[in-house]
Structures are given as structure tokens and as C-alpha cells.
Design a protein around this ligand. Structure first.
Ligand SMILES: Nc1nc2c(ncn2[C@@H]2O[C@H](COP(=O)(O)OP(=O)(O)OP(=O)(O)O)[C@@H](O)[C@H]2O)c(=O)[nH]1
Ligand SMILES: [Mg+2]
Length: 196
């Protein structure tokens, strides 16, 4: 069994707004993506704890920026999902402000995982996120989640197409499944490299 460097990760705090963020020291890696693509499930798979982060069938589960501490000074951040149709315009606006503010001010943020559902990747809202990350000069890595929903051949086809997406230029892209465990070791390597 390989050693999982994220095993001791624990919940730090949930921040409803920018004034509630933990101290901006050390390093952190954030998970962003549309609602319901599996951001929270991916963090659970990454750390190897089933119930560290609350997941839900209902989109819009994660409303705050949730911070998890891998070790003192090293954090994972579960960001609220975007692109959820039932959210009001005002809420969508608030989300945009929160995200833009977080990305603009957060000095300890070293990279962002752009999580997508492999069955519906690269929606306009995903392109918006990738553009924001590119403009901000952040390292990004695209995670095509729920790969268990496709055959291996279908999954590899989506991966090939994804590599030709202009919005993904420069970003690495991988398949993932928090159900089957596909891609967990690859993702651990990426996140560990960023936090080092
Ligand atoms: N089949 C399959 N289902 C998954 C996978 N990952 C997550 N899910 C399911 O997708 C749903 C949403 O998962 P969450 O992890 O809560 O998604 P989220 O992106 O955190 O959602 P928000 O917090 O609403 O933004 C849940 O029903 C999960 O069980 C996966 O790899 N495969
Ligand atoms: Mg969530």
C-alpha cells in the first residue's frame, strides 16, 4: 500500500465571505467547478476519507469556501460550485464577486483544480473559470470526473478532445473517478507537487 500524504487532513473552517478566510500564509490548492461535478467527492477520494467533506445529490451543496488542513500551513479548499440553474441572479453575482475576490487577493493559492463532469466538459462557465485562472497566472489542472460513467474508450476520446480545447491550453488534463478510484494517484502527485 502506498503512503497517502493527505491521510491526516482535517477540516479547518468554512468561510462565507472573504473576511472569514484563514490566514493567508503557507500554501493552498483549490477545487473549482460547476455544481454537482464532484469537487467535494474528489477531495474525499484524494485524502482517502469517505466523509471528510459533505457531498450531495442536490447541486449547490457547498455554499462556503471550505478549508481543510493537510498539515499546518498546507490547505485544500473546496469552492462553491457555479453554473447551477436554480440559483438566482443575485446569488450568481455574489458567487462571481466572491470567486474573483478570492483569486485576486489570495497569495497562498498556488494552483486550482478545474473539475468537470466528463459527460459535459468545457461549458461556457468552465471556459470563464479557465480564463480567470490564465489571467491570474495560476497553475491549473483539469480533472474530468465521473469517468466511471463512460467506457474506457469513450473516456479516452473525451480526453483527446479536451486536449484540443483552446481554453485548456497549457493545462494538464486527467480522467478521474471518485467511485472507481481512477486517477487518484495522478491527482495526489499533482497536488503534492504544488504544495511542496
Ligand atoms: N458516478 C459518479 N458519481 C460521482 C462521482 N463523484 C461524485 N459523484 C456524485 O455526484 C454528486 C455530486 O457530488 P459532490 O461531490 O457533492 O459535487 P460538488 O461538485 O461538490 O457539488 P456542489 O457542492 O453542489 O458544488 C453526488 O451524488 C456524488 O455521489 C464519480 O466519480 N462518479
Ligand atoms: Mg461540494
Amino acid at each position: 500500500m502506498s503512503h497517502n500524504p493527505f491521510h491526516d487532513t482535517g477540516f479547518l473552517l468554512g468561510a462565507p465571505g472573504l473576511e472569514h478566510l484563514p490566514a493567508d500564509t503557507g500554501r493552498e490548492v483549490a477545487f473549482a467547478g460547476r455544481s454537482n461535478v464532484g469537487k467535494s467527492s474528489i477531495i474525499n477520494a484524494l485524502v482517502g476519507q469517505r466523509h471528510l467533506v459533505r457531498t450531495s445529490r442536490t447541486p449547490g451543496r457547498t455554499r462556503e469556501l471550505n478549508f481543510f488542513e493537510v498539515r499546518p500551513g498546507l490547505r485544500l479548499v473546496d469552492l462553491p460550485g457555479y453554473g447551477f440553474a436554480k440559483v438566482s441572479l443575485a446569488q450568481r453575482h455574489a458567487w462571481g464577486e466572491l470567486m474573483a475576490g478570492y483569486l485576486a487577493q489570495r497569495r497562498s493559492l498556488v494552483g486550482v483544480l478545474a473539475v468537470m463532469d466528463i459527460r459535459h466538459p468545457f461549458k461556457d462557465s468552465d471556459q470563464d473559470l479557465l480564463n480567470l485562472l490564465q489571467e491570474g497566472g495560476f497553475r491549473s489542472h483539469v480533472v474530468l470526473n465521473k469517468a466511471d460513467k463512460l467506457t474506457r474508450g469513450e473516456g479516452n476520446n473525451v480526453l483527446r478532445q479536451a486536449r484540443r480545447e483552446p481554453g485548456a491550453a497549457g493545462a494538464q488534463i486527467q480522467l478521474f473517478s471518485s467511485v472507481s478510484g481512477v486517477g487518484v494517484e495522478d491527482l495526489r502527485r499533482v497536488v503534492r507537487g504544488w504544495l511542496e
